[in-house]
Design a protein. Structure first.
Length: 283
């Protein structure tokens, strides 16, 4: 008889802290679990606190261990998987750099810049992120939490954020790819074929497929799946039921959505929604 693969094992906790730049924080331990290729709509900063994980991002592949920081800008595709049976533990911060800069300076900032990642070897930055993360999770006194966040943000911006330039905001993707993305963004719950996209962009299907993958790092179908996942996640945050969110985002069934969500976030959508409802408001 064929042997069935053992179930993925992971233990994750996620919460939002409005008092600390409105960031989402995740703490997780993973064994026999792999993050599927995905991207976030916010910047992502993560530290490994135990074990090691192999990460692929921005055309590079590396092994992250305690002391290393993974720093990915929004929309950067990445994936991760264990290097051995011991698995790994991590702490992750999902946040806008603009919100972090505002926490540092007290001023509203737009287009702060971009992270110099995705792989940073800086034990001091690692320690400061861990400290801020633990302060948020442990509901430390407000002053202590603020100090920890500012200490981390100060070092991050001093060393690992490239200031925004005018050409950074220009969309360098070909016009056809940009048009295809806009069409997919606007038709989340619609069945779309490659022929449909070819008609919208004016490119033959084969040429569009190559151009899209080269510019975005994903096939049109994989990109559509990410867009749907983000939309469903937004609905879940607002209190929409898991089944209704999956349906509104164009998923064929809730089970399919749940599998994709868990492979991307490391936590089931129901647990994510409950954690979000318990998130700490700003004080």
């Amino acid at each position: 008889m064929p042997r069935h693969a053992p179930p993925h094992r992971c233990d994750t906790v996620i919460w939002r802290d409005d008092a600390l730049a409105g960031a989402e924080w995740l703490r997780g331990t993973f064994n026999d679990f792999s993050y599927a290729p995905h991207a976030h709509d916010t910047d992502c900063l993560a530290v490994i606190t135990r074990g090691a994980v192999r990460i692929r991002a921005a055309g590079r592949e590396f092994i992250a261990r305690p002391g290393d920081v993974f720093a990915a800008n929004a929309d950067v595709l990445h994936a991760g998987w264990p290097i051995d049976d011991a698995g790994w533990s991590l702490r992750t911060m999902y946040v806008s750099l603009d919100r972090l800069r505002a926490a540092l300076t007290g001023e509203t900032v737009i287009s702060t810049g971009t992270l110099c990642g995705p792989f940073v070897q800086d034990p001091e930055l690692w320690a400061r992120l861990v400290a801020a993360h633990e302060c948020s999770e442990g509901a430390a006194p407000a002053l202590r939490r603020d100090e920890a966040l500012v200490a981390f943000t100060d070092r991050l911006f001093a060393r690992y954020v490239r200031p925004a330039r005018a050409d950074d905001r220009a969309d360098t993707a070909p016009h056809a790819v940009r048009r295809a993305r806009e069409f997919l963004d606007a038709h989340i719950d619609t069945r779309i074929s490659l022929q449909d996209l070819a008609g919208v962009t004016g490119l033959p299907p084969s040429r569009l497929l190559r151009a899209f993958a080269r510019a975005v790092g994903l096939s049109p179908h994989a990109y559509q799946r990410q867009v749907r996942l983000r939309h469903a996640t937004t609905l879940i945050r607002s209190g929409t039921s898991i089944s209704d969110a999956a349906l509104a985002a164009g998923f064929a069934d809730q089970a399919h959505f749940t599998r994709l969500f868990r492979r991307t976030m490391g936590i089931p959508p129901g647990a994510y929604q409950r954690a979000y409802r318990r998130s700490r408001p700003a004080t």
